[in-house]
Design a binder for this molecule. Sequence first.
Ligand code: 3SL
Ligand code: MG
Length: 238
Amino acid sequence: MKLDIIISADDIKDKVIKDKVVVVIDMLRATSVIVTAINNGCKKVIPVLTVEEAFDIVKDHREQYILGGERRALKIEGFDVSNSPLEYDKESVCDKTVVISTTNGTRAINGCIDAKHIYIGAMINARAVAQKIIELGEDVVFVNAGTYGQFSMDDFICAGYMINCILESTKAELTDVAFTANYAYENNKDILSFIKNARHYNVIKSLGLDEDLAYCMKKDIISIVPEFKDGEIKQSIN
Ligand code: 3SL
Ligand code: MG
């Protein structure tokens, strides 16, 4: 099994992901939101690139949908919720379809459509993702959403933690970037010591969203692994 990392949505190359197993990570905050919404019983999550697409999907049966996401980390005008995972509680999302548009996360997910399997990962379900990868026993590319096309320390250490979990129970060949992510995690197991230096962490903090940060940095509080298939994200079955 070979483990590799793509460091941002801008760096997704078809030849690297085509027919591969990928795990998309945007732990601050898009994939933490998606994992939370699915875990709280929403029917599915539809990740879209534009606000117009989102409004278009919900227009005929508005009551069946929750519109969520952000631009510049803030709620989009006319949407129901922002990109705070804490807003996607059972009462809000149960039996609804969540349509979400975010700056980096939904772009990274849609950029992977040529992959064989597209799993959605975050710190909150990292060990479950690792377990899924161990069971599959195939090469994996961790696709970090990054921030505005750039490397983001938060997604990087999240991939490092998943790699660390995989290496606990199986051998794997690591690319240099995968080795470095594992190394970063090994030396910052509390993760805050690393993530607090990330630019996006400080953007979220400056908006007073400390509870979001604390939630997104929790390890393994959720044991499901969502999968993106045919334009929709649902809980993966085996
Ligand atoms: O870029 C994204 O997809 C978002 O997760 C960014 S934010 O944390 O909601 O600002
Ligand atoms: Mg992010």
